[in-house]
Design a protein around this ligand. Structure first.
Ligand SMILES: *Cc1c(COP(=O)(O)O)cnc(C)c1O
Length: 358
């Protein structure tokens, strides 16, 4: 499907656009969607953009039974000069294919996947919201569609891209959240599927989130699945701690999702000459650093929030307050710099931006 043309069927009547100040996340969808099909004998074929519509699937489709599926999440940003920016989309596509390999799903030509994203976003140009902090969320995903109840890799798939205009994550400015350490459930384990963006990881994590939400915690801090000793991620974000001048993030160990934002944070910190280390980080080290007054900042990183400062961490009945529950200088500078690059407010000196339209 490398150079295969994408056929485009446009809608007869466009939807009314939602109020761009009341978007929320993932509730509104644009007029069109992208689909390509896969069959073993044909490879990926019939790439098309069609009006946004429900799918018709056989109830025996393997996605419904064994969860053979992967997804991605990235955003398109409107710039002050009327262009549309994508942030490191090749990283998302590379990760999509790594997830595909893990889930026994056929890979997708990366150039074709980027063309598909750009073509769809370009067609939906007027859905890229322009209110501050808003963006067009891009959700590529693959589902197994062979109607078969045997446990084996499907021989048929659909690669789909949908678009959703999303609101500003921080309506009243970047704001620290309270997090609870999760010591009962685990998200992922080495050798499992934690480093793939696949549905089951998220289904399995809901119960932990539900458990702490009633006590006012925004998310859980996940520990490693083997010893429940080392920190791994926070909710669906990667996590960073600044301890005594050094920024530490858990090393990619097979159960951590390799975030594009995480990688960008590491590169920015290195560029600024701030010491950043990827290593195993024990929860006890964080507790000790807090006791010693050396736990300076903590924050999550991910496409949705970009940077999410952690103001308080609950563990074993105690609450550790971090940086007086205020956004720390590093978290604040990272947030500002990343969003300024994404929205085209400052020079893209890392070459992270891919233009959709000129
Ligand atoms: C998507 C995701 C992240 C963040 O990845 P980004 O590429 O930065 O958006 C982190 N952890 C989990 C579990 C995720 O699903």
């Amino acid at each position: 499907m490398t150079n295969q043309a994408i056929t485009i069927t446009t809608v007869k009547a466009k939807k009314t656009k939602p109020d761009y100040n009341e978007l929320g996340f993932g509730r509104h969808f644009t007029d069109h969607m992208f689909i390509a099909d896969y069959q073993v004998d044909k490879g990926w074929f019939d790439a098309r953009i069609i009006p946004y519509q429900p799918l018709t699937l056989d109830p025996a489709s393997m996605i419904f039974h064994y969860g053979q599926t992967v997804f991605e999440g990235l955003k398109a940003y409107a710039t002050p000069t009327g262009e549309v920016n994508l942030f490191r989309p090749e990283q998302n596509i590379a990760r999509l294919n790594r997830s595909n390999v893990r889930m026994c799903i056929p890979e997708i030509d990366p150039n074709f996947a980027l063309t598909a994203i750009k073509t769809l976003v370009e067609l939906e140009r007027d859905w890229v919201p322009t209110a501050p902090g808003t963006s067009l969320y891009i959700r590529p995903f693959v589902i197994a569609t062979e109607p078969f109840l045997g446990v084996s890799p499907s021989t048929q798939y659909k690669f789909i891209i949908i678009l959703s205009p999303v609101g500003a994550y921080y309506k009243e400015g970047i704001n620290p959240v309270k997090i609870a350490v999760e010591d009962e459930y685990i998200r992922a384990i080495r050798g499992g599927t934690g480093e793939a963006k696949t549905a089951g990881n998220y289904a399995g994590s809901l119960i932990a989130q539900q458990k702490v939400a009633k006590d006012g915690f925004a998310q859980v801090l996940w520990l490693d699945g083997l010893e429940k000793k080392y920190v791994e991620e926070v909710g669906s974000m990667n996590v960073f701690f600044k301890i005594n001048g050094e920024v530490v993030t858990p090393e990619l160990n097979g159960s951590i999702l390799p975030g594009v934002t995480r990688q960008s944070v590491i590169q920015l910190l290195q560029h600024w000459g701030i010491k950043v280390t990827e290593r195993k980080l024990a929860l006890t080290e964080i507790v000790q650093a807090h006791k010693n007054g050396e736990l300076e900042e903590a924050f999550g990183s991910g496409t949705a929030a970009v940077i999410s400062p952690i103001g308080a961490l609950s563990f074993g009945g105690e609450i550790m307050t971090i940086n007086d529950q205020k956004t720390g200088p590093i978290a604040g500078k990272l947030y500002q710099t990343l969003t300024d690059i994404q929205y085209g407010e400052i020079e893209d000196s890392f070459n992270w931006i891919v233009k959709v339209s000129k």
